[in-house]
Design a protein around this ligand. Structure first.
Ligand code: SF4
Ligand code: SF4
Ligand code: FES
Length: 423
């Protein structure tokens, strides 16, 4: 019997037989490390997918290729590692062409399942949209190269009775694909072919005439996660439960109203938003005064005059959460271009040197009721405490509402590159 060694996973002291695979030790101790290529009886482990990346003795590495030894320290559950693993799986989705609703493996697919486990709704990477072939030449199988993640399981696990490989890596680097030896493939029995289909963690290997379909609810990953060994919640619509409508206030200070136009650009989700929130003081309602305390205030534009400052202070006073929306609000934006020029010169240029057709109209306006122009344009956080910032000029509608729903109901979200770019 192997010696017991003392290791630590996420601060938990664990005793395990020396040399045992770290993935297995973690699983047996109720610690979930996501994996895709790991297959218990492939030795040495493949280590191809990196989905199991952890910090092992302070260094990043795959847990599935690690054997436990005295003093091993492993970090699994940090925000950084969770995001790294998520990014790796997102890359797999972006690299292939995965259309789950039309895929024979949907519901029984490890990759799809891992997407759910890691909370992937969208991928942050641009899709490659490769035009890969679907190989119908094998006699028993169909090889769907668009779904292969090159995990190498089939290469290492599928053999004919006389010990010949059926699958092999072909080409190199980015051009690598899993080729089928048609002669060897034809030698497989029906059961061996079905086993190959099951070994594949995606829907890349399909056996002709064998259906993987099962009603929703009966598929492998519908009810439980085999990796986490826990019952999953029934899928629910990705929207917060409405207990009470949240109240939003919005304002445009020294801005162009573009952020407000963007807010309205939300398309079909606008109906959801209307169900979830009501607007108080806002140009959208034309309420000039606050009628109640608001859960969230969205402020477009910075402060260029005394009225902006007064309005912003009122928003801080009446809103639980205050969000600077758009570049002008975040740092001053376009109006702050005047900050490098003395105010007197700006006024002279605008009112004294500009052309007017009104005789005697070349004057700098002054009246005690007019808001006083500030010496420069101020970002909102220079005047009051801002809780959150949504940059962009303007930020996209989806970005705004995803952020608002997250702040109001804690709803998780991913921002697409297209929703978060500044150009
Ligand atoms: S292989 Fe898996 S992830 Fe890809 S399309 Fe099929 S079910 Fe979806
Ligand atoms: S065909 Fe399936 S098992 Fe083989 S490398 Fe691709 S994803 Fe892995
Ligand atoms: S599961 Fe460890 S590298 Fe794939």
């Amino acid at each position: 019997m192997a010696n017991l060694v003392n290791i630590k996973i996420d601060g938990k002291n664990i005793q395990a037989p020396e040399g045992k695979n770290l993935m297995l030790v973690a699983r047996e101790n109720g610690i979930f490390i996501p994996s895709l290529c790991y297959y218990e009886h492939i030795e040495p482990p493949l280590g191809t997918c990196r989905t199991c990346t952890c910090k092992i003795n302070g260094k990043y590495g795959p847990a599935c290729t690690e054997k436990v030894h005295e003093g091993l320290t492993v970090e699994v559950d940090s925000a950084e590692l969770i995001d790294t693993r998520k990014a790796l799986v997102e890359m797999m989705f972006a690299e292939g062409n995965h259309i789950c609703p039309a895929c024979e493996k949907s519901g029984n697919c490890d990759l799809q399942h891992m997407g759910y486990e890691l909370g992937i709704a969208v991928t942050r990477f641009p899709h490659l949209f490769k035009d890969r072939i679907i190989d119908y030449k094998p006699s028993r199988m169909v090889m769907e190269h668009n779904r292969c993640i090159k995990c190498k399981r089939c290469v290492e696990e599928v053999f004919t009775d006389d010990g010949k490989r059926v699958f092999n890596y072909m080409n190199r680097g980015n051009e690598t694909f899993v080729g089928v030896d048609y002669i060897q493939e034809a030698k497989l029995s029906e059961a061996q072919a079905i086993n190959a289909m099951k070994i594949c963690p995606t829907g890349a290997i399909i056996v002709r005439g064998v259906s993987m379909t099962a009603p929703f609810g009966d598929r492998e990953f519908d009810q439980q996660s085999t990796q986490q060994k826990k019952v999953l919640k029934k899928p629910t619509l990705n929207r917060p439960a409405i207990t009470e409508k949240k109240i939003i206030a919005t304002v445009s200070l020294a801005g162009c109203f573009g952020c407000h136009m963007s807010m309205l650009d939300i398309d079909t989700e606008l109906l959801d938003v209307i169900e979830l929130v009501s607007f108080d003081k806002s140009p959208l309602t034309d309420f000039k005064q606050f009628t109640t305390r608001c859960h969230i205030g969205l402020v477009e534009g910075g402060c260029c005059n005394s009225e902006n400052v007064e309005t912003l202070r009122k928003f801080r006073e009446h809103c639980d959460i205050l969000v600077a929306l758009g570049e002008c609000s975040v740092w001053g934006g376009l109006p702050s271009m005047r900050n490098s020029i003395p105010l007197s010169e700006c006024l002279e240029e605008a009112y004294l040197n500009s052309v007017t057709n009104e005789p005697g109209g070349n004057i700098i306006p002054y009246h005690e009721d007019l808001p006083k122009i500030l010496d420069r344009v101020y970002a909102c956080n220079e005047i009051v405490k801002i809780d959150y910032y949504i940059p962009g000029c303007p930020p996209s509608a989806n970005h705004i509402w995803k952020a608002v729903k997250n702040l109001l109901w804690g709803e998780e979200y991913s921002i697409l590159y297209s929703e978060f770019k500044y150009d």
